[in-house]
Ligand binder design. Structure first.
Ligand SMILES: [Zn+2]
Ligand SMILES: [Zn+2]
Length: 407
């Protein structure tokens, strides 16, 4: 029997919980907890991370084994007490990984994406990028280095990751007695807030005592305003991933002298020059049709995200038995679709060409599969003729890109 990846079940489970959260919130008549654009954008980023994770997770695990086999300091046996120690150690490493993620520009560039969302619900939990997963893996290496067996570490990371999913919701209010030990949705909600008194607080993932120990604990008092102090006004899939790296690079270019250049990369995000982002936005995001327009044909995006999720679920399940060509095709197809979804939210001018590129890619893939790759020009010619004969561009504009004016 081939390898089966049980991580595939995480996707349906995520959507089931999301559906339940959405239904309960509607019943409580708090519709502002969800926002269409923000949910689509959060889920898109989550899909990309889960997708790319398939390609790199094995190297993460190999790295843990490599460190454990060659450099471990202690020989820690497996026992109930050790599992207990590991859960504490994991959360302690997390605390510092997360805190440095907020205090060092280079790490913040990866972690900032998790904080873009101005809505706090389960979709915000999905907002993790591959860059963040890589940085996090670097920190987790401490655990096998100390002598925790990689098998235990990997199991613990799954438990730890699952826990933090459930702290991203407004369904549960404050539970004061629980907060003495555990991170609750209210505690983590404070971490996602941009209010002055809530800034740089509650870095713990499962336990609150690290925050209490290092004086970064803050309980929820007034209702938090979620999101960044300087919100990113874009749903562009690529821009959300890369904007802060560009900001660092721009700051680095402007800095004079070694110390200043060092600070541009490893200094505090609090000192980031706030003039930089608008300049970069002008340079890279200029082709936005109109910032106050929003897509009317929402189902088109839901269908794309639905299909991407479905493909990703099966892809995860069968990942180990697929050949490299199929893997690269699925990777490219889903990434293109996610870029497409982000572009649709912003009504980008080049969106129509992207649709064609995706169609052409699918056609070429099937030609290759049928050993007909020498006919690669045929689909291109059909597309050009179809465009000329039926003016598809205009139809696309009037059907798909229908807009409504937002407030
Ligand atoms: Zn954070
Ligand atoms: Zn969070």
């Amino acid at each position: 029997m081939e390898h089966i990846n049980f991580l595939a079940f995480a996707m349906p489970a995520f959507f089931l919980f999301l559906f339940l959260e959405y239904k309960l919130i509607r019943r409580r008549k708090k519709p502002d907890i969800f926002n269409y654009e923000s949910s689509v954008s959060n889920i898109s980023i989550g899909i990309a991370e889960r997708l790319i994770n398939l390609f790199i997770a094995a190297s993460f695990y190999q790295l843990y084994y490599f460190i454990y086999n060659n450099y471990r300091i202690f020989d820690i046996p497996s026992s109930v007490l050790v599992w207990f120690a590991l859960i504490l150690a994991t959360d302690f490493v997390w605390y510092w990984y997360h805190r440095l993620g907020h205090e060092v520009n280079f790490f913040w560039a990866a972690h900032i994406v998790h904080h873009h969302s101005e809505e706090f619900n389960f979709t915000a939990a999905a907002r993790i990028t591959t860059f963040q997963a890589i940085v996090r893996t670097g920190f987790w290496c401490v655990l096998p280095f100390f002598g925790f067996h990689p098998k235990m570490v990997i199991t613990m990371l799954i438990v730890h990751g699952a826990y933090s999913f459930f702290t991203h919701t407004q369904l549960v209010g404050k539970i004061k007695w629980l907060e003495y030990v555990f991170v609750t949705p209210s505690v983590h909600g404070v971490h996602h807030a941009s209010d002055e008194k809530y800034l740089d607080k509650n870095y713990g993932d499962m336990f609150t005592f690290w925050d209490r120990l290092f004086r970064t604990f803050q309980e929820e008092e007034e209702k938090p305003k979620y999101g960044l102090t300087h919100p990113l006004k874009s749903y562009s899939f690529l821009w959300q991933h890369f904007h802060y790296y560009f900001e660092i690079f721009e700051l680095w270019k402007r800095s004079v002298g070694f110390k200043a250049k060092w600070k541009a990369i490893f200094g505090s995000p609090a000192h980031m020059d706030q003039d930089i982002r608008p300049i970069l936005e002008k340079r890279f995001l200029q082709d936005k049709s109109n910032p106050h327009q929003r897509l009317k044909f929402k189902n088109y995006l839901y269908i794309q995200l639905g299909i991407s999720t479905l493909i990703l679920t099966f892809f995860t399940y069968y990942f180990d038995v697929l050949n490299s060509f199929d893997k690269v095709f699925v990777l490219a197809l889903i990434v293109l679709t996610l870029i497409n979804c982000g572009a649709l939210l912003e009504q980008r001018k080049w969106i129509y060409y992207l649709e064609y590129a995706r169609l052409y890619m699918i056609a070429t893939y099937f030609l290759y599969e049928e050993d007909l790759l020498s006919f690669f020009l045929i689909p291109l010619l059909i597309m050009i003729f179809a465009e000329q004969l039926f003016s598809l561009g205009k139809k696309y504009q009037s059907i798909i890109l229908q807009i409504e004016t937002s407030e």
